[in-house]
Design a protein around this ligand. Sequence first.
Ligand code: B12
Ligand code: SF4
Length: 430
Amino acid sequence: MKVVLVHPGVPRALKKENLGLAYLTAALEADGHRVRIVDEVAGHDVDAALAEFKPDLVGISFMTMYAVRAYELADAIRTRGIPVLLGGAHPTAFPEEAIEHADCVVRGEAERTLPALLTSGRVEGIVEAEPEMDLDTLPLPNREALDLDFYVRHGEEIAGLSYRSLGLISSRGCPYRCDFCLNSRRATPLRFHSPERVVEEVGYLAGRYPIEAIAFYDELMATDVKRFGAICEQLIAANLHHLRWECQAHSHIIRDDMLQLMKRAGCEQVAIGFESGSQAMLDRINKKTQVEANLEVARKVREAGLRLRGCFLIGVPGETREDIAKTERFIQDAGIDFASIHFLTPYPGTALWEQFADQIRAHGATWDKFTTGDPDAFTCNDVIPADEQKALYETLCSRQAFRNYTWWDMLKRTMKNPRHALHVAAKLLR
Ligand code: B12
Ligand code: SF4
């Protein structure tokens, strides 16, 4: 069969490759299908691709913030008589809504289920996918099918790091259940690629593309400390530690010896979801961490000579002005090198959504506002008036942007890559 897989584009899309589609492409090709990825974020034209490739079927992949565009595309494609399948985070969370625009909705990881559906010829209704438990049996994602020239060119920054980079997923799932995350209500089982497979994939990327860094996209890469240590050791043994990398970690698993090893293996930045400097807020979102312990973790990361990226949330239910001030103080006290500040957004299918579902529906914001950067999507906190929260959030973001990109940093960037410095300057002036 000929299959087109679409990544819809929206103005606020990050220019990061959709690896889910590359995994699906590899799985379908292994089953003898011909696949083309059409990526609006990379500037591809869906109409032109359909006219030229003439697919038997179109699959569209999307998170909530892309849903408006995805449904628009799905409706238009179906009027041409081409069956449409939907998958990804949003259709998984809201299949009943998605099926209104499609012949079939697949919930969850579909490398096994999608080829099986095509073989069965029954591409219809809402289908619960069976996730693959042994990740190493999946073929390498077919990145050739993605427009990697575009993504390598635009992947010149991973949160403050000026390196040409590509993403890689070394594990799937997470043992925690934070209220704002899909894992709070629909956790996929925690699974890992073996260290050998991860290092093979890093080696492949380094040999094939002009990259200087890897962004590990795992929800939490170091959950299995032994496996994580083995990946670091093997990156060094394979002489791949010249590549810089960033990974996400949870404060519970940070250990001094591990940080040293990570540094030697090329890690430059560790990203941790600290979320708040207020213990009451951490407890409210079921974060299962302590402010004091988080400060200690931050100290260890910096002492190991690694950069620290902290992710933070504004807009937690019950959050006061003092709580927001505590978060800003935490960012300073912890010596965060790069703070990613998000506005708490109640995504469908999360514990937070359940708590506010009626009010969110009554508020009626369209899905394109669900970016984690737009307080107009919905405000879960009724302690501070919505307008004031928006102003506090925006002020904190702009103050932080200037801390994230210091003049000294900008100077270093300019010397390294003038084009990238221009890109960051434009971001600051926006
Ligand atoms: C990696 C990742 C990113 C990366 C890369 C995103 C990308 N371009 O793919 C980065 C860091 C850029 C990112 C950014 C964001 N992310 Co993100 N991200 C993830 C993460 C951790 C893993 C996704 C992944 O690659 N998984 C592995 C691959 C193999 O799985 P997959 O992409 O889901 O695809 C599989 C299935 O969904 C299915 N499938 C997918 N598409 C299709 C299509 C069809 C037709 C079919 C049949 C099946 C199918 O099969 C695929 C193969 O198994 C998830 C968490 C999670 N559990 O999914 C969050 C997650 C997807 N992100 C989320 C969010 C909110 C964001 C942001 C909006 C904000 C933020 N704070 O991070 C931004 C917006 C980015 C943008 N596009 O502008 C939410 C989405 C919630 C929602 N309902 O929209 C998630 C679920 C995390 C959460 N909080 O719960 N993210
Ligand atoms: S630790 Fe991260 S990935 Fe895991 S449940 Fe919490 S927010 Fe989601």
